[in-house]
Write a protein that binds this ligand. Structure first.
Ligand code: SF4
Ligand code: SF4
Length: 99
């Protein structure tokens, strides 16, 4: 697990979480893990502030300051010579990181 970020702007409010699991699907660093009633902030130091989780959370339980969108997806796509759509799991709707 990459733990390069000792201080990030990531803020998670578990009281708002409805356990939809979207943040676990879009996070490139597995910062969130499934829990019985809500997700858990398992690896906060691995967050690279891409913003995908906050953009995809339907109840605004996550706040993070971001400016680069799915940076990890873009990097992986560039390294593999693939399109961004094939690397990001956010769905690409208007209100997601790839919208
Ligand atoms: S901002 Fe990006 S890296 Fe950080 S927890 Fe959210 S999806 Fe994961
Ligand atoms: S996307 Fe939001 S509501 Fe869904 S599991 Fe993550 S924190 Fe909870």
């Amino acid at each position: 697990m990459l733990n390069s970020y000792t201080e990030t702007s990531l803020h998670y409010d578990p009281d708002r979480c409805i356990n939809c699991g979207r943040c676990t699907q879009v996070c490139p660093h597995a910062v969130f893990e499934h829990g019985p009633d809500r997700v858990e902030l398992a690896h906060p130091a691995a967050c690279m502030e891409c913003g995908a989780c906050a953009l995809n959370c339907p109840v605004k339980a996550i706040i993070v300051q971001s400016g680069v969108g799915c940076a990890w997806a873009m990097i992986r796509a560039a390294l593999r010579g693939k399109d961004m759509d094939s690397e990001c799991s956010c769905g690409g709707d208007d209100d997601t990181c790839c919208g």
